[in-house]
Design a protein around this ligand. Structure first.
Ligand SMILES: NC(=O)c1ccc[n+]([C@@H]2O[C@H](COP(=O)([O-])OP(=O)(O)OC[C@H]3O[C@@H](n4cnc5c(N)ncnc54)[C@H](OP(=O)(O)O)[C@@H]3O)[C@@H](O)[C@H]2O)c1
Length: 290
């Protein structure tokens, strides 16, 4: 999947880990569809939702500005080995966006109609999604212990972290199954692990949504033949990263958090008889217990 022309759709591709993955995947020759919730900059959270919409010049410009900021940060950006940064220069060019190498789309992943409309927009312009990266995410309110979570907040967090992944899978994976080729990579979290801190209390909707996202990953991998039919399905713990969600004091950069995602999106799939290991939860290139 490192060949030129692979198209990767990244939900949450407009900020944070998704955006960092985008920068690296462009360097691997992927075409990108970066999906955000709204073209307004209100970072981090529970702000007003905006319905689905077409990509806009404003949106693309915003993403370029975000890419520039991300890639310009020392140690945070994707950098070529010699210290040059060819990706950033390429990625931020308006031509790249207008030529379709990077396309920016806006849709609320929690809304199945918005995702269906997105799929129609892409299909109508001949875009075929080969790799789906579910990075759109929403953290719970700090106070969200189970007994202090309102139904509305529960639904909001589930809607983005769990339903959103399902809606995108429902829209784009049937085509992959038909073509017997595709990858689905979902950003989970250690907070969703049954063997980790997933059940230690607090941030209840987020922990439960990520645990369910893990279950969705494992189940879909089984249903698509664990790699034997050309489909790889995996989840990733990115670690605590400096993003709007992770905060400025997190130990990892967004680019570091994106590394395993990029590896999963570009690794050699093996053969149909002997596919690579898939249907797993990964951290730093290693399998974690769920
Ligand atoms: N950062 C960490 O420390 C950390 C740790 C473990 C797991 N993770 C997981 O990694 C993923 C990425 O996290 P991050 O830190 O990069 O988050 P982030 O910086 O807060 O970015 C969130 C992204 O999700 C998009 N998004 C949010 N709600 C959406 C919706 N309803 N529809 C469409 N897009 C939506 C945002 O779009 P807009 O720009 O339009 O708002 C933005 O691109 C998440 O799934 C998160 O749970 C993060």
């Amino acid at each position: 999947m490192t060949e030129l022309g692979t198209t990767t759709l990244i939900s949450g591709g407009t900020r944070g880990i998704g955006l960092a993955a985008a920068a690296a995947l462009l360097d691997h020759g992927h075409r990108l569809v970066l999906l955000g919730r709204s073209p307004h900059l209100g970072a981090g959270g529970t702000g007003a939702r905006h319905g689905s919409g077409d990509s806009t010049a404003t949106g693309a410009a915003e993403v370029r500005a975000r890419l520039r900021a991300l890639l310009g940060q020392t140690g945070d950006g994707h950098r070529a080995p010699d210290g040059a940064d060819p990706v950033s220069a390429e990625l931020v060019s308006a031509e790249l966006v207008s030529e379709g190498r990077v396309r920016v789309e806006w849709a609320d992943v929690a809304d199945p109609r918005a995702v269906a409309a997105l799929a129609e927009r892409l299909a109508a312009t001949g875009v075929r999604v080969d790799v789906l990266i579910n990075s759109a995410g929403l953290m719970s309110q700090r106070s969200a212990k189970t007994l202090r979570t309102t139904p509305a907040h529960w639904r909001e967090v589930m809607g983005v972290n769990l339903d959103g992944a399902f809606h995108l899978i429902a829209a784009f994976v049937p085509g992959m199954v038909e073509r017997r080729s595709g990858r689905i990579i979902s950003l989970s979290a250690c907070l969703g692990r049954f063997t980790g801190p997933g059940t230690s209390g607090g941030l209840a909707p987020y922990r439960v949504a990520k645990a369910a996202l893990n279950a969705l990953t494992k189940n879909l991998a089984a249903e698509t033949g664990e790699g034997t039919r050309g489909i790889l399905v995996d989840a990733v713990c990115p670690g605590h990263c400096r993003t709007d969600m992770g905060g400025p004091d997190a130990p990892r950069s967004a680019a570091e958090g994106a590394q395993t995602v990029v590896w999963l999106a570009t690794r050699d799939p093996g053969s149909r008889e002997h596919p690579v290991l898939t249907g797993r939860l990964w951290e730093d290139g290693r399998v974690l217990d769920w």
